[in-house]
Design a protein around this ligand. Structure first.
Ligand SMILES: [Cu+2]
Length: 111
């Protein structure tokens, strides 16, 4: 019981900035761009590749299958060509402290 309490206190002591949250992305949130060759998500710390990734969906909520890679503190998606419209990138990340963080952002592809 005591061990559990100590573990809980230690977890609570991990500062919020230690989470592998999204720092920036290209395209940026809310951007209107020509069909991007790459979508890059940059996080504040190195990611655990096995537990981190991102998914692209179109305006209808349908998943757009694109190759992706997790390397260092970045997730990269490689869409060959995206039709004009709104897209959402939903990401999940796990960093050094093993906490899972999720988020999403949208951008628009213009003709
Ligand atoms: Cu954390």
């Amino acid at each position: 019981m005591k061990t559990v309490l100590i573990a809980a206190l230690l977890l609570a002591a991990v500062p919020a900035f230690a989470h592998a949250r999204l720092e920036s992305s290209t395209p940026a949130r809310g951007a209107s761009v020509k069909s991007p060759k790459t979508i890059t998500l940059k996080f504040v710390e190195a990611l655990e590749p096995a537990f981190s990734g991102a998914e692209l969906t179109d305006a209808t909520g349908k998943t757009v299958q694109v190759p992706s890679a997790v390397s260092g503190s970045s997730i990269t998606l490689l869409p060959f060509s995206l039709r004009p419209g709104a897209y959402t990138v939903a990401w999940h990340s796990v960093g050094h402290d093993t906490h899972r963080v999720t988020g999403s952002f949208s951008f628009t592809v213009i003709p």
